[in-house]
Ligand binder design. Sequence first.
Ligand code: COA
Length: 153
Amino acid sequence: MPRRDNTLIRPMVSEDLACITELEGSLFPFPWKKQDFMAELLFPGALCKVVIMGQRPIAYLCSRDVADGIEILKIAVHPDCRHRGIARTLIQETFIRAAASDWPLIFLEVAQNNTAAQAFYRNLGFTSTGIRKQYYPDGTDAINMIKTLKEES
Ligand SMILES: CC(C)(COP(=O)(O)OP(=O)(O)OC[C@H]1O[C@@H](n2cnc3c(N)ncnc32)[C@H](O)[C@@H]1OP(=O)(O)O)[C@@H](O)C(=O)NCCC(=O)NCCS
């Protein structure tokens, strides 16, 4: 169903990948290629969503079900469409999905120098749990972040 801002969120399909890989290539220093997204679409327990405005993908999220929660692998919004709550809506859908399965945790990694994304995640209640040294091919460290949806009883 279209949202009030004329965007539509739906599962990603292979026909989206030309636009998505173009956007991905413009945003990330080590972008996923078309075959990486294809593999993710086929991976058991993976869920990839795309946000459509007009006919074009303007944002996407890839996540995977893991042992006791969901791992966010990718989230991105076209620079012209930022600060409208689009990424927040995508992540909140993940929270709802995790809660429905009674999973307590959402995990992700973010580059240490990506302070905008870290601020975005903190705003949504994620906290840092550690550092993965030289996680990226250029030697940049990654910060592990986690959101706890439900405290262990
Ligand atoms: C990070 C990103 C996904 C945020 O997308 P977005 O749709 O603009 O985010 P939202 O509008 O949903 O923001 C929600 C909240 O996060 C925070 N936030 C978002 N972008 C921020 C920024 N650049 N700096 C600081 N805080 C930010 C704000 O608190 C915002 O709430 P507010 O607008 O009410 O103040 C987007 O900037 C992006 O695509 N970046 C490039 C790709 C990337 O780095 N992805 C993450 C890889 S781990």
